[in-house]
Design a protein around this ligand. Structure first.
Ligand code: HEM
Length: 364
C-alpha cells in the first residue's frame, strides 16, 4: 500500500486500488482486442460474484470459528448470527443480480460464447470452497461429483488452478459449519440435563419417548377427523400417518440409538419461547435462512440460464439447466429442515422440567 501513496493523504482511489481494479475487465490477459459492451457486462457480473464469494467465505469462517469452540459463550451466539445474516443478505443480493445478467439476450450471448470454449462457472473454486466450508459431501452431489478430482485435473492442465486446488485441499480438512453446528446442538441442555451429566441418557430418552407419544396422540385425533372429512381413503390416510410417526422415530433414533443433537434441536424448536433458548433458536433460524437463500441463488441462476441458453449443454460440459436444477435439491443442514416435519403445537408438548433453568417458570 505504501508504494502507492504519493502524498501523505490516503486517497479513495489508493485505498480501494481502483486503478488496478478497473483495469481488470478487458477479458483475457494480453488480449488487445476491444470487447463489446455485452461482454464487459458478462465479465463484470462474474467478477462481482467472485468478490461476494470472497466475503462470504471469510464470514462463514468467522461463524465457524466461533461455533467450533467446545464451550461457546452465550455472548458469541449473536456474533455467529451476525456473520450468517450477512451471508444470507449477500446471497439474496446475488440471487437478484441474475436479473442484470438476464438483460443479455440469447443472441447477444452467442456473439462471444464460443470464445469461452470450455470455461464455465463450474470452475469457480470459491464456489466449491463455500460448499466444502458449509459441509456439502461428495455423495450428496449430483452423480457423486468430486470437485477435488476435477480441480486436480484442471491444475494439471493449467497452473492457474494450483492456487484454487491448494485452497480446496486445505478447506476440505477444516471442520465444516454443519459439523460444528451438530456438535453445538449435541450439547443443548435437554429437560435441564447436560451432555455427560448424571442420568442424561435416561432423561433424554424419556423426553423423546414422551414427545413421540404426544405426537402419536395428536396424529390419531387428526386421523379420525380426516377419515370423516377427507376425500382420501382410510387405508391411505392411515399409511401416511404411520409413515409420519415412523419417520419421526427414525429421525430421533437413527439406527435405533438416540441422536442427542437432533433431540437438542427438537428441544430448542419445541420450547422456543423459553428465554434461554431465544438466541439458540435465532441461530438455527439463521442457518435455515442461509440455506434457503443459497437454494434461491441456485434456482435463479438456473432460470436465468434457461432463459439465455435454453436446454443446450453448458460450456463446462454439464447437461446445463438440468444439472443446475439438480443442485437446487442440495440440502446441507438437513436436520434443521427435517425437524420441521415432526413439530407439534405448543399445547400438546410434554411438560418442561427445570423451566427456571431456561429463564422462567412455565406452568403447563
Ligand atoms: C450468460 C450467463 C451464464 C450462463 C449461460 C451460465 C451457465 C451455466 C451452466 C450451463 C452451468 C453448468 C456447468 C456447465 O456445464 O457449464 C453453470 C454453472 C455455474 N455457473 Fe453459470 N452461467 C452464467 C453466468 C454465471 C455467473 C455470472 C456466475 C457467477 C460467478 C456463474 C456461476 C456459476 C457457478 C458457480 C456454476 C457452478 C454451479 C454448481 O456446480 O453448483 N454463472 N453456469
Amino acid at each position: 500500500m505504501s508504494s502507492y501513496t504519493s502524498s501523505s493523504r490516503l486517497t479513495y482511489s489508493e485505498y480501494l486500488r481502483l486503478n488496478e481494479l478497473l483495469e481488470l475487465q478487458s477479458g483475457e490477459i494480453g488480449c488487445e482486442r476491444e470487447i463489446n459492451n455485452d461482454e464487459t457486462h458478462f465479465i463484470i457480473i462474474h467478477q462481482i460474484f467472485e468478490l461476494w464469494f470472497k466475503l462470504v467465505l471469510s464470514e462463514l469462517r468467522c461463524a465457524r470459528n466461533l461455533l467450533m469452540s467446545s464451550h461457546v459463550e452465550e455472548s458469541d451466539i449473536p456474533k455467529v448470527v451476525g456473520h450468517l445474516n450477512r451471508v444470507t443478505e449477500i446471497c439474496r443480493l446475488m440471487a437478484n443480480q441474475w436479473k442484470v445478467m438476464e438483460t443479455l439476450s440469447p443472441q447477444d450471448f452467442l456473439v462471444f460464447r464460443d470464445k469461452l470454449g470450455t470455461a464455465s462457472g463450474f470452475e469457480s473454486w470459491q464456489m466449491r470452497e463455500l460448499e466444502f466450508l458449509m459441509g456439502l459431501k461428495n455423495d450428496e452431489r449430483n452423480k457423486g461429483m468430486d470437485p477435488l478430482a476435477h480441480y486436480r485435473k484442471l491444475a494439471d492442465e493449467n497452473p492457474v488452478y494450483l492456487q484454487g486446488l491448494k485452497k480446496l485441499e486445505e478447506t476440505i480438512k477444516e471442520p465444516s459449519l454443519e459439523e460444528v453446528l451438530q456438535k453445538w446442538l449435541e450439547r443443548t441442555p435437554i429437560q435441564g440435563s447436560f451432555l455427560g451429566g448424571e442420568n442424561d441418557e435416561e432423561l433424554v430418552e424419556d423426553f423423546v419417548e414422551k414427545y413421540l407419544g404426544a405426537m402419536d396422540n395428536l396424529n390419531q385425533k387428526l386421523l379420525e377427523q380426516m377419515i370423516e372429512h377427507s376425500s382420501v381413503d382410510k387405508k391411505t390416510l392411515e399409511e401416511r400417518f404411520n409413515a409420519n410417526i415412523k419417520s419421526a422415530e427414525e429421525y430421533l433414533r437413527p439406527e435405533g440409538k438416540i441422536s442427542r443433537s437432533r433431540a437438542g434441536l427438537l428441544f430448542i424448536e419445541a420450547y422456543r419461547e423459553l428465554p434461554l433458548l431465544a438466541w439458540p433458536r435465532k441461530l438455527i433460524d439463521s442457518f435455515v435462512e442461509l440455506e434457503e437463500s443459497m437454494v434461491l441463488f441456485r434456482t435463479h441462476h438456473a432460470r436465468m440460464v434457461e432463459r439465455i441458453i435454453g436446454r443446450r449443454i453448458g460450456t463446462g460440459g454439464s447437461s446445463g439447466v438440468d444439472y443446475l436444477d439438480a443442485t437446487t435439491k442440495y440440502r446441507i443442514f438437513k436436520d434443521l429442515w427435517g425437524v420441521r416435519t415432526i413439530l407439534i403445537k405448543n399445547s400438546s408438548l410434554p411438560p418442561i422440567n427445570n423451566s427456571e433453568m431456561y429463564g422462567f417458570s412455565k406452568t403447563k
